[in-house]
Design a protein around this ligand. Structure first.
Ligand code: BJW
Length: 245
């Protein structure tokens, strides 16, 4: 079995030669910032809440105040959290490769706060709300209201996130899909890889002969070249990888 150092050196070589690197991140990269993941059995957000009830249009229609309370708690937690070495390492990597497309399923804004430019947010943002009537986007709203309303037209606002059964933002999905098709190296970091269409992106990259890394605390797939897998913490592994580039 190859040592972690050997895998990191091999990957660093691929990254040095790459013209385009694509990175997909999930809840795992923010875990070391203290933000609970979705599916972690002990501490995951969804061990306390029913996701279908909260992260779906039907759930919001049924109990908008409960859904808003869930997102308000998460927004406060995200604002109080700090980016961790994993977020910073990806921001640093962008300065060492000709082109890096950073795609995230996270809605916490921590990549941006770590200095990553042009983050592709596949599932929206905790830090925006959307008017239910005309779709207008709001960066601030009445945070104290149990049910915030649009300052322009008075209609109900909703979190500007993507719930189950909803389409992803078309431009973000197209950019992510193109990056998976075109990149030389694709890194999937801290995601369980069960939620589509994001889960398909590493497979698309692999089918186009990119080098693919799956970095996760747990075993999520079997290694076979050009697929690298590393079981470890993103906040520990990514700084070592970027230092080797
Ligand atoms: C660490 C770590 C450390 C921990 N270091 N690692 C095709 C087949 C089947 C179903 C579908 C399909 N196409 C579409 C669907 C339906 C559905 C879907 O995928 N369902 C699946 C559950 C089966 N998809 C959709 O509905 C999507 N819409 C769509 O496709 O529209 C068209 C369409 C609709 C209907 C039918 C067909 C087509 C929309 C998906 C939207 C997902 N939204 C959410 C909520 C966003 C807002 C919010 O945050 O509240 O996005 S759900 C939730 O899951 C959230 C996350 O972004 C997403 C992914 O979770 P993630 O990031 O992977 O987190 P975890 O917790 O699952 O994993 C963390 C991982 O980190 C773990 O593996 C740990 O081990 C690891 N880890 N610490 C490294 N330190």
């Amino acid at each position: 079995m190859e040592t972690l150092e050997a895998v990191l050196q091999a990957l660093a070589g691929r990254l040095r030669a790459a013209r385009h690197v694509a990175v997909l991140t999930g809840a795992g990269i923010s875990a070391e910032s203290g933000i609970p993941t979705f599916r972690d059995a002990q501490t995951g957000l969804w061990s306390h809440f029913d996701p279908e009830a909260l992260a779906s249009p039907a759930g919001f229609a049924r109990n908008p105040a409960l859904v808003w309370r869930w997102y308000a708690e998460r927004r406060v937690k995200a604002r109080a959290a700090q980016p961790n070495p994993g977020h910073y390492a990806l921001a640093e990597l962008a300065r060492h490769v000709p082109r890096l497309t950073l795609i995230t399923q996270n809605i916490d804004g921590l990549h941006q706060r770590a200095g990553s430019p042009d983050v592709i947010e596949l599932h929206g943002s905790l830090h925006r709300a959307r008017c239910m009537a005309d779709g207008s986007i709001h960066d601030t709203w009445d945070y104290d209201a149990e049910l915030p309303h649009c300052p322009d037209c008075g209609a109900l606002l909703r979190p500007d996130v993507v719930w189950f059964g909803e389409m992803l933002p078309p431009a973000a999905l197209e950019t992510a899909w193109s990056a998976a098709i075109e990149c030389d190296v694709f890194m999937s970091i801290g995601t369980s890889g069960v939620v589509e269409p994001a889960a398909s992106l590493p497979r698309v990259a692999l089918s186009r002969n990119a080098t693919v890394l799956i970095l996760n605390l747990e075993q999520v797939t079997t290694a076979r070249p050009p697929l690298f897998t590393i079981n470890g913490k993103a906040g520990e592994v990514l700084p070592r990888l970027v230092a080797a580039v």
